[in-house]
Design a binder for this molecule. Sequence first.
Ligand SMILES: Cc1cc2nc3c(=O)[nH]c(=O)nc-3n(C[C@H](O)[C@H](O)[C@H](O)COP(=O)(O)O)c2cc1C
Length: 233
Amino acid sequence: MQSEDDVQVLSRIIKARKTLKVLGDVNRSVQFTEENAELCNQKVIDSIKTAGWAPFHYNRDKNGLAEPWRVHVLWHEDCRNIANNFRDWFPDVKASNKLPAMLSACGALIITTWLPQFRGEDQQQEGVQNSIGLPKQTTIDDEHLAAAAAMVQNLLLLLTANSMGTYWSSGGQFRTPEMFDRLGINRSELFLGGVFVEYPGTVDESVERVSGKQRNNRSQEHAWLREIQLTGS
Ligand SMILES: Cc1cc2nc3c(=O)[nH]c(=O)nc-3n(C[C@H](O)[C@H](O)[C@H](O)COP(=O)(O)O)c2cc1C
């Protein structure tokens, strides 16, 4: 951190980040000027690259890469293609499924995954135990996931700073092996989040905007924050 201004700017962005589910109409295109789309696409790419400065504890060393995360971006046109094909690809989904509506309105969908190292192997893992008795391999995988989540939060903040709406979704059908295959995502990756990105100034007023269910369930910070004071030492 360089100055008080930096702290204030970052704090403001952290608080400004909020879940925004933007629901469009599959049969009605949102308007993107080519120029605006290109500019926003570039900002998304830049944000993803910067988000990659998240901390990670272990060298995951998969395909020669140390990072425990992977990022797959779908631009608006392909999001719409998926929206249009969605009911054919997943005929059993409920009519109320919101993914086609969200795919219709977003400028981009950023799929983030993480790469477990040991999960799925023999559960009777042997080896060094950590301080709470879990096998060390479990801790390493937990930390790969934690690092990937830190990358996603970086991404949300950067997109917010770019005046873009964001929604971290658990993904629904995007988690399925069938969708992984369609999108060319290796099945050894585990889905972490689908970040729907709303581009500024591109969505008409007919779209519905929904906040996150937990937005107002936040507690007073002192309820989960504790300052330790060691006694008798
Ligand atoms: C790992 C993760 C997965 C999420 N998945 C969903 C989801 O599938 N559906 C949903 O409505 N919200 C999802 N959310 C967003 C939360 O609902 C949202 O963060 C919460 O309501 C708080 O609102 P806020 O983000 O505006 O602070 C997810 C958030 C996280 C961190």
